[in-house]
Design a protein around this ligand. Sequence first.
Ligand SMILES: O=C(O)CCC(=O)C(=O)O
Length: 273
Amino acid sequence: MPFDIEAHVQRLTNDGYTVIEDFADAGALAQARAALAPHLGTHHGRNAFEGFSTERVYTLVARGPVFEHLTEEPRLLALLDRFLQPGYLLTASQAICIYPGEKAQGLHSDDGFYRQPRPRPAISLSLVGAIDAFTDTNGATDVIPGSHRWSDADIAALDPNEAAKMLRPVIMPAGGAVVFQGTLLHRGGANRSDAPRLAFTNQYCEPWGRTQENFYLGVSRERVKAMSPRLQSLLGYNIWPPFMGQVTGSHPLKSLEDDWVTPVDRQALSREA
Ligand SMILES: O=C(O)CCC(=O)C(=O)O
């Protein structure tokens, strides 16, 4: 299917979301399922937001090459380039399996924890990719089209019954992905079917934003070293000019060199010698 980037940019601008129907092919979906299998069926969410009948696998980007590829998928990055500044970061990366019986999640926006007044441009964009097809009943992501433009006052005044009428489930085939503005109101849907709904989701934020997941601590140096330069940058091994992200005055990529010792430790060692 040809990728009409202008059409996607238009939908993201006007509606706050767009669907890439062929985001992941059958091979990628099979690899994703295989990589996730050992982690699923082991736990449930710890609160209503994570979902008591939902299972999340965090730090997905480090859990197999397929997730590295999906994180830096070229069509997605081309879209992100239109909304975020160069050097944007991966802020969250997880699998979400919504089990039968799960209630709908609370309505929220993904960049809401950057407590800046709305309306405003999104500080992050999110992708939710369907590993299982998203249907009317199995917990498809629900969105409120156009809500990315709402002010704080609009959101505070939102009547739950009115909100319910505005919600639209994002129905898409396995391999499809919805990309949406961090300002868009949405939620994981209720799973009223008899089968789980498995998805992967990545969120990307402005290069000056604090990331939800601390990938410096969550992804080992050895794994990061083996990743592509683009992925290393997405994980924070880059500078937001002139020097946000510097490591004791050096570029963070230096910390991936084989003989790296932190300058603080190197200086202490040379004083001791
Ligand atoms: O699983 C979904 O469809 C969306 C979940 C979500 O919005 C979230 O956990 O922030």
